[in-house]
Design a binder for this molecule. Structure first.
Ligand code: GTR
Length: 421
């Protein structure tokens, strides 16, 4: 009998766990929830103009996201040296300038460096720029044989020839489809990319990457309110921005931060926490990105914190299976970017990222943009597939899967040409 009860309990436990793991894809099962009003402070004060937004509401929201989601960067770390590893005036069939710039950081006897690959259109004028991370190394974004292969740790991906966690020649150009370098250059923009694994390897290990350079004494990992991996990647984008401010060829007032998926979450946080970025493009960023957490559709806070415990700060775990307790939601992360232009994008088949939740994130950020007289998302229904809405807040859902496509870049270039001035 005792055995039987134990068995029963064990199966009940398994059933419960597997039920937690089953992502919900049924709109009728989305729980009822009350979305926090971006224009009401935590103690209930109504925000009526952008001055009050900037002096009261924005700081408390930024503070909340810092301490409870992405974590605080525990100190300043300036660029120790800038090394131009390589430069050419004759890249991409003579159409572009290429630079490979290494930023070096030193602290506590430790050194970290990461390389920015930059393509700029050939012109005498200072150019606007897209900056973003890639998943498998700078050499994957183009066939260009001059691009240096990173030696940093990488997630294995045998189809790209990545085994033993090392990037190889075999993966050169495997992600050209995600980066329309030629189109970007033709439109008069530059493109800067960084391999995210150089700033912090994407694994639950805080002994590597940038974190140890800012530990105190014998600290082994970040405190509960200190930066996780997304906080670290976002920090890296800000240091790239420090470099752009020194580069005469780049117009640092027109730098748009771009990212896909986990790196789309990173782009949102970089834009929210560093106001020097002139705009943000968040491609299929999903849970912890543009999608509303309280909908619990597709990936949930429970799943993301268990599967990727290193992405957020530890405090964020307080909200897994407890979304209703969150005093904020992701529309307010997007609102932190106001009044700067922001583009949220989804893909029809990418239900794990919750396209509707991403759309609602953009929609409910809109009242903050309106405080500045900027146009956000004005329709409450999602637009038809492949019909972008392009205002200061922009949104599209395209056909296809979780990816970055030529269609996406065509929209981003068109939008940035109009809104990044
Ligand atoms: C998934 C993760 C998503 C998204 C994606 C990606 O496994 O659940 O949140 O970030 O990875 O970055 O490709």
């Amino acid at each position: 009998m005792k055995k039987f009860i134990l068995c029963l309990l064990f199966f009940a436990f398994l059933f419960n766990v597997s039920a937690q793991f089953d992502a919900n894809y049924d709109e009728s099962k989305v729980p009822e929830f009350k979305l926090p009003d971006p224009l009401k402070t935590f103690n209930g004060q109504k925000i009526r103009n952008y001055k009050k937004w900037e002096s009261k509401r924005r700081p408390e929201l930024l503070n909340f996201f810092t301490e409870n989601m992405f974590g605080e960067v525990p100190g300043d770390l300036e660029i120790a040296s800038v090394d131009i590893l390589e430069e050419s005036n004759n890249a991409l069939n003579g159409k572009a300038v290429r630079k490979q710039v290494d930023l070096v950081f030193k602290n506590r006897g430790k050194t970290l460096d990461f390389t920015i690959l930059i393509y700029l259109p050939k012109t005498e004028e200072r150019v606007p720029l897209f900056v973003g991370y890639n998943f498998y190394g700078n050499h994957t974004i183009t066939e260009d044989v001059e691009v240096i292969i990173s030696e940093a740790w990488a997630n294995n991906n045998p189809s790209f020839g990545i085994i033993n966690n090392q990037l190889t020649e075999q993966s050169r150009g495997v992600r050209t489809n995600r980066w329309c370098v030629d189109k970007i250059i033709e439109a008069g923009f530059g493109l800067a990319v960084i391999y995210y694994g150089e700033v912090d390897p994407d694994k639950d290990d805080f002994s590597d990457g940038i974190h140890p350079l800012l530990y105190i004494d014998d600290q082994q990992q970040p405190a509960a309110d200190e930066w996780g991996a997304i906080g670290a990647w976002s920090w890296g984008l800000s240091r790239a921005m420090d470099y752009f401010e020194q580069d005469e060829a780049i117009d640092e007032s027109r730098v748009v931060v771009f990212g896909h998926s986990r790196l789309g979450k990173t782009a949102l946080w970089a834009g929210a926490s560093d106001e020097r970025f002139a705009g943000v493009i968040s491609n299929e960023s999903g849970c912890g990105g543009a999608a509303l957490s309280k909908r619990r559709f597709g990936e949930t806070l429970w799943r993301i914190n268990n599967r990727f415990p290193h992405w957020f700060c530890k405090n964020f775990r307080n909200y897994r299976k407890n979304e209703e307790a969150l005093p904020v939601d992701q529309h307010e992360l997007i609102a932190l970017i106001a009044p700067r232009p922001v583009y949220i994008a989804s893909a029809e088949e990418d239900r794990w990222s919750d396209p509707k939740g991403e759309f609602l994130g953009a929609l409910y950020a809109t009242p903050v943009y309106e405080l500045y007289g900027k146009k956000g998302i004005e329709q409450t229904e999602m637009p038809a597939v492949n019909y972008p809405i392009q205002n200061t807040v922009a949104y599209h859902i395209r056909t296809g899967e979780h990816d970055v496509t030529e269609f996406d870049w065509e929209q981003y270039i068109k939008w940035a040409s109009e809104f990044i001035k």
